[in-house]
Design a protein around this ligand. Structure first.
Ligand SMILES: NC(=O)c1ccc[n+]([C@@H]2O[C@H](COP(=O)([O-])OP(=O)(O)OC[C@H]3O[C@@H](n4cnc5c(N)ncnc54)[C@H](O)[C@@H]3O)[C@@H](O)[C@H]2O)c1
Length: 253
């Protein structure tokens, strides 16, 4: 696409992420006076948009998915892949708060990833939960609301499982069924989102395993679902995918 000049970018959703104000001075996102035929559509609204319109968008443009929890739905993932191949457009997925995305992908591709667990903790006001999880009560200062496969969490915490969904995409050998997601309500985290990523490799001849644990503390406005560093990360994802070739498939950026 580079020879086509600057990308025309369309945005679905005009909230915290959709304002698309650069968090600090940066090269502006390439834009055009004609918004009608975008090269890239950025979804920053709700996973529902991806379920309902993702494949249709790919008919016309590349797609940057801001709500990767949408891909926990197997039908949606298949439809996006098929449309991407058919129309020769890329599905970019924002890595969001997932620290170490490339390292996870490399280890997975080398066959060295045995387990991957992503824990997201914040104050209960930072959650937007649905279904049975909406009724889950905090029973103390720190309550585990969900622990299990990421696929089982995404439909009920679509706004709070994006990092876990990105991890499932970064590690396809484990995927949405093999990556463990943990959602924790912590009354002490009034202005912070905390993401822990723990992974292990296969035991070596002496029984020892490779292991990594990252701990990310992201300041957030009380009650917000998106922390400030994640807005910066999303902006960077947008700039990066505007520079990548629009090859078919699903690509974390
Ligand atoms: N990938 C990441 O790192 C990451 C980080 C934060 C948020 N998110 C996700 O990105 C999305 C946007 O986040 P945000 O913090 O900007 O949320 P927000 O609530 O501030 O903004 C969402 C906007 O989309 C609009 N919207 C919602 N449903 C819509 C629909 N069906 N059709 C059209 N517009 C609709 C809302 O009116 C609102 O203006 C959410 O799905 C959120 O979970 C992803």
């Amino acid at each position: 696409m580079a020879d086509k000049g600057p990308w025309r970018v369309g945005v679905v959703g005009y909230g915290r992420l959709g304002e698309l104000e650069p968090p600090r001075p940066a090269n502006p996102v390439p834009s055009s006076p004609s918004p009608r035929q975008p090269d890239l559509v950025v979804e920053v609204a709700h996973p529902k948009i991806i379920h309902e319109s993702g494949a249709q968008i790919l008919r016309h443009a590349n797609l940057l998915v801001g709500s990767p929890s949408a891909l926990s739905d197997q039908t949606t993932e298949r439809q996006l892949l098929e449309a991407s191949q058919h129309w020769n457009h890329a599905v970019f997925v924002a890595r969001g708060a997932l620290w170490g995305t490339e390292d996870i992908t490399r280890l997975d591709a080398a066959g060295g990833l045995r387990s991957l667990r992503v824990t997201m903790a914040t104050h209960p006001d930072g959650f937007r939960l649905e279904g049975p999880l909406a009724a889950a009560q905090s029973t103390g200062p720190r309550t585990v609301l969900y622990e299990g496969p990421v696929r089982g969490l995404c439909p009920f915490a679509p706004r709070n499982s994006n990092t876990m969904a990105a991890a499932a995409l970064a590690a396809p050998s484990l995927g949405f069924d093999g990556v463990t997601g943990v959602l924790v309500a912590d009354l002490s985290l009034t202005d912070m989102h905390v993401v822990d990523v723990e992974l292990s490799g296969h035991p070596g001849p002496r029984g020892r395993s490779f292991a990594v644990h990252t701990h990310r503390e992201n300041p957030a406005e009380p009650g917000a679902v998106t922390g400030s560093a994640t807005v910066t990360a999303f902006w960077r994802s947008l700039l990066v995918c505007c520079q990548l070739p629009s090859r078919p498939g699903i690509h974390l950026c």
